[in-house]
Design a protein. Structure first.
Length: 325
């Protein structure tokens, strides 16, 4: 089996999860770890017998890299991706792909010109519950989808980048992008968003701690998304939940499975699915991106919906997704 050698730009929490999963895959080796916090890079390198760096361009000078992971705060996207693209290396980048559309479009155009394999960390697309929902919906017309992402992520240090609007974009961009992406993946493209945003509890931060967005889908379906950053931080059962009404039926989708009616009774279904890391590595090894469900160009569409919702919450007016850029 061809060995796939991986470098990491960013060695924080999400990166550590990817590293652990990669270490369990046959024929995969982490050869470089880079982080602006030297201790993080060194700790990761020590765990996986890799070379630590604090400058990603120095790591990219290696001649033994087959692919790159970019696990960065939202505001840090841009130059690192362009440097990776210049080396024509396949990359997996965490969501959301950028803080604004200008950066995302620049990277999207560079990816297209280089013709490289890309994957964005919308791992929920690969879940068995997601693929079951896709099979059930098939060509059926969806009437309405209702999503929610309630968590306590807005609580904590108000000076952390996550809780600064200029650095994270708030919950609609940084976190609930997963829910928005699932609504796109299961229902279709969104044309228009009207959102209301409020700060009701977390007065020490400048991000809205509650959002409610109504969506108009391209095929005529309608939807809504509610998010809260001021909820109980110990309860994650209301994060990434969708209720999808189609014809005269309902799918209740969660990360763990889905509930639907069969023969007059509600049944719970679940299934296994490939992990996103396995899919990405396999794409590198085979030079075939056909099984990647979240390439960069597709992820930009989910970003646009988040940005439209943020703009609508700020202006109080509906926003066309196509106007975002």
């Amino acid at each position: 089996m061809q060995e796939v050698r991986i470098g990491f730009i960013g060695c924080g929490g999400n990166a550590n999860g990817h590293m652990r999963r990669l270490s369990d895959l046959e024929g995969v080796r982490i050869v470089g770890t880079c982080d602006v916090q030297e201790e993080r890079a060194q700790n990761a390198a020590k765990s996986y017998n890799a070379q630590p760096y604090t400058n990603h361009n120095l790591m990219l000078e290696r001649d033994d890299l087959d692919g790159i992971y970019l696990s960065l705060p939202v505001f840090a996207h841009g130059a690192p991706e362009l440097d990776v693209i210049e080396r024509r290396l396949p990359f997996l980048v965490e969501k959301p792909v950028a803080i604004n559309m200008e950066i995302a479009r620049q990277i999207e155009e560079a990816v297209a010109a280089a013709g490289i394999i890309t994957c964005v960390g919308y791992q929920l697309r690969y879940l068995g519950s997601t693929q079951l929902a896709r099979q059930v919906l098939g060509e059926k017309a969806v009437n309405m989808v209702v999503g929610k992402y309630w968590s306590g992520s807005g609580r904590g240090d108000p000076n952390a980048w996550l809780r600064q609007m200029s650095k994270s974009g708030g919950q609609l961009l940084e976190q609930a992008t997963h829910t928005i992406d699932m609504m796109r993946y299961l229902v279709g493209e969104v044309e228009e968003v009207y959102a209301l945003s409020a700060n009701r509890v977390l007065k020490a931060i400048d991000c809205p701690d509650n959002n409610c967005a109504t969506m108009k889908f391209a095929d005529g379906a309608i939807g809504s998304l509610t998010t809260s950053w001021s909820y109980d931080p110990g309860d994650w059962s209301n994060a990434n939940v969708l209720d999808i009404l189609y014809e005269d039926q309902l799918i209740h989708w969660t990360v763990g499975g889905l509930d639907m009616r069969e023969h007059g009774e509600v049944v719970a279904k679940t299934a296994s699915g490939p992990g996103i890391d396995e899919v990405f590595v396999d794409a590198i090894r085979k030079g075939d991106a056909s099984k990647i469900l979240s390439p960069y160009s597709d992820a930009v569409k989910s970003l646009a919906i988040s940005l439209a919702a943020i703009q609508s919450g700020e202006t109080g007016a509906p926003v066309s997704v196509s106007s975002i850029g």
